[in-house]
Design a protein around this ligand. Structure first.
Ligand code: COA
Length: 299
């Protein structure tokens, strides 16, 4: 624009129209740009056929004029929703997901948690079931290293990670965020509980740094504080598995010839079927349930 050969009045005219003088061909002496040249340039752009839409390999969902059927309100997605939405879609499209469901008997775990909760709270730690679940997942990941891996870019090699960085889905006013607890295997349940509370508080306040959401090796999505009996979480690619946790409830379990009330925690493990076989996933969840039933292993 600056280098174009045009008078100040033509520059003003072009600015008003938003025309880039650098692209206008001047027909005057020595290529000087006239008002007609600017008009011709603008007209050419306005009358040009629209650029062909990029061809998407995916079939499109139908476009609907919702306002045709009643009153509507337009609300833009938050920046975080746009980022997480694109990543969730990429994972959903690229990774063949399977979800394995199981129940864990957490009666003794809950008794221990309730017994420890008061003392922990005096020390400023909110000891929720999730801290124990993180600990149990680390034991399961150490037993089944493929769940702590990623496929490399070629898709031909597994990258087995020797560190255990556990991400957890946090519901924030701006949308879903996944803070990562780095080297969670080096922490005890109290330290994990403290990290869960501080990271989710930061996420909700919009103060989580990008680096605090990077490097995860396995993710947990807990909806247990809200409700529900099962769901199919989407894998946080390039990770290969994610554990969904639903709300625990008292269920009758047949033991020693009679039904006894036990606190049952529903687990839903989604895994990338390119990397993990169904049998391995079932073994992982069975192991996880067993560990959650043995609170001593977690403390
Ligand atoms: N079953 C029964 N109760 C449970 C539970 C479970 N699986 N998990 C938690 N609770 C209870 C807790 O003990 C707590 O009860 P209390 O206040 O009486 O002690 C209550 O539910 C709330 O727990 P919360 O404060 O949510 O803590 P948390 O450690 O369980 O979870 C977060 C922390 C950050 C994961 C959670 O707040 C959150 O954001 N969850 C939503 C995650 C999400 O959106 N996932 C979907 C992604 S697609």
């Amino acid at each position: 624009f600056a280098k174009a050969y045009a008078s100040p009045s033509i520059r003003k005219f072009a600015r008003e129209l938003g025309a880039d003088l650098g692209r206008v061909i001047g027909t005057g002496a020595k290529g000087r740009i006239s008002q007609d040249d600017v008009k011709a340039y603008v007209k050419r752009i306005l009358t040009a056929p629209p650029a062909a839409a990029p061809i998407s390999p995916l079939p499109k969902v139908p476009e609907v004029d919702f306002a045709h059927f009643g009153s509507v309100e337009i609300k833009p997605l938050s920046r975080i929703q746009k980022i997480s939405g694109a990543r969730l879609q990429a994972s959903w499209i690229n990774l063949p997901h399977v979800t394995q469901h199981d129940d864990a008997d957490i009666t003794s775990l809950e008794a221990a948690r309730v017994a420890l909760k008061g003392k922990a709270s005096q020390e400023g730690v909110k000891l929720t079931p999730l801290a124990f679940i993180v600990k149990a997942c680390i034991l399961a990941l150490q037993e089944f290293p493929r769940f702590n891996s990623s496929l490399d870019v070629s898709g031909e090699n597994l990258v087995l990670k020797k560190y255990f960085n556990i991400g957890f889905a946090a519901d924030t006013p701006n949308g879903l965020m996944v803070p990562v607890i780095a080297n969670a295997d080096r922490l005890n349940v109290y330290e994990i509980a403290r990290a869960l509370a501080s990271q989710s508080e930061k996420a909700r306040a919009g103060k989580l740094k990008v680096t605090e959401m990077q490097g995860g090796t396995f993710t947990i999505s807990s909806l247990g504080g809200i409700g529900g009996t099962a769901f199919t979480p989407i894998i946080n690619a390039p990770e290969v598995a994610i554990l969904g946790v639903s709300k625990s409830s008292q269920k009758p379990v047949f033991q020693g010839g009679t039904f006894v009330p036990r606190l049952i925690l529903p687990l839903s493990l989604s895994y990338d079927h390119r990397v993990i076989d169904g049998a391995e996933a079932a073994r992982f969840v069975v192991f996880l349930s067993k560990v959650l039933g043995d609170v001593k292993a977690l403390l």
